[in-house]
Design a protein around this ligand. Structure first.
Ligand SMILES: Nc1ncnc2c1ncn2[C@@H]1O[C@H](COP(=O)(O)OP(=O)(O)OP(=O)(O)O)[C@@H](O)[C@H]1O
Ligand SMILES: [Mg+2]
Length: 305
């Protein structure tokens, strides 16, 4: 599971993780559940259907497959599995019953989405698991606790029957060592605060927290004392660069801002270390998250093991 504050790089990190885990001939499934088509956008492919398909090869002969889980399709699949509905299920959809069920009960939606993730994770073909790993581009930190815990709630509410056992099964898998919830953050105050809060909530709810992934980090500037304007001017002149007042003033202000920022980043790194989880830093990619960038992030994740 990959969660994090909105915009911190969940989708990019989830994709890089799926690549990293597929390296060397393994097979992984990259899943999204929010109907945003973030995976298709990232890889520049057509919108993903509710169907597992080849996404990309991984280094060393591995394969990443992808799936966009749709709650309505998952409900039909589920009803069919337990009640052999077939055509009746399609009729339900025609009358809007499926739409109704998944809209009226947002909890049901999440049960279906996590249920599908469990199904893919535990599926076997012959003696082997279908996937070596399943990576979920999960909802953001603000919603992750409820998203993962909804099956436990449902298991409590439903007294008997397939919904109860299904929910209990999902809830158990999500709390087992097979699951790790990784939290992506940036070295900024809000995402770090959300990371701290999310890890506290996940821990209280009993979900295994994985790594803290600090995304888009910059090489730290060499530490040292603050540079003076005179030194800047002399340095510029020595390098044969313009050293007028405005340039020196602007550079001086920039150096001061960088120093303040570095100090803040060090404080935030400290806050993250105190969480007691393994911390992995990923670099800021100058050209954004293209295919080469994804490979760079995947390599950094492999090295972090
Ligand atoms: N390491 C990085 N270096 C440079 N750019 C990055 C990096 N990681 C992510 N980005 C860029 O940041 C933006 C947000 O990334 P991404 O879509 O993965 O985040 P997200 O958490 O999934 O966002 P959302 O909450 O909207 O789903 C994208 O434009 C992405 O290309
Ligand atoms: Mg995303």
């Amino acid at each position: 599971m990959v969660t994090g504050k909105g915009g911190t790089g969940k989708t990019s990190v989830a994709a890089a993780l799926a690549l990293a885990l597929a390296a060397g001939g393994r097979r992984t499934l990259l899943v999204e559940v929010e109907g945003r088509q973030g995976i298709a956008q990232l890889f520049g492919v057509d919108p993903l259907p509710y169907e597992e398909r080849h996404l990309t090869d991984a280094p060393g002969g591995g394969e990443v497959r992808a799936l966009a889980v749709d709650a309505e399709e998952a409900l039909l699949e589920y009803l069919d599995m337990f009640y052999k509905l077939g055509a009746a299920g399609r009729a339900l959809r025609k009358f809007g019953a499926i739409d109704f069920a998944t809209t009226i009960a947002p909890g049901l939606r999440d049960v279906l989405l996590t249920g599908k993730v469990k199904e893919a994770t535990t599926r076997t073909t012959g003696q082997r698991r279908a996937y070596d790993a399943v990576v979920l581009d999960a909802p953001p930190t603000g919603r992750i606790g409820r998203f993962l815990n909804v099956t436990a709630e449902t298991a409590r509410l439903a007294k008997v029957g397939p919904i109860k056992s299904q929910s209990e099964g999902v809830s158990a898998l999500l709390r087992s060592p097979m699951t790790a919830v990784h939290v992506v953050t940036l070295l900024e105050e809000m995402p770090v605060q959300e990371t701290v809060d999310a890890i506290a909530e996940l821990t209280t709810l009993g979900f295994p927290v994985g790594r803290v992934i600090v995304n888009a980090t910059r090489e730290p500037l060499p530490a040292g004392r603050a540079v003076t304007r005179d030194e800047l001017e002399r340095g510029l002149l020595a390098a044969g660069l313009p050293a007028d007042r405005a340039t020196v003033r602007d550079l001086h202000a920039e150096a001061r801002d960088q120093a303040v920022r570095r100090e803040l980043e060090e404080t935030l790194r400290g806050d993250l270390t105190e969480l007691g989880r393994p911390v992995t830093e990923l670099p800021l990619l100058p050209d954004g998250v293209d295919r080469a960038g994804l490979a760079t992030l995947a390599e950094a994740l492999v090295r972090a093991d």
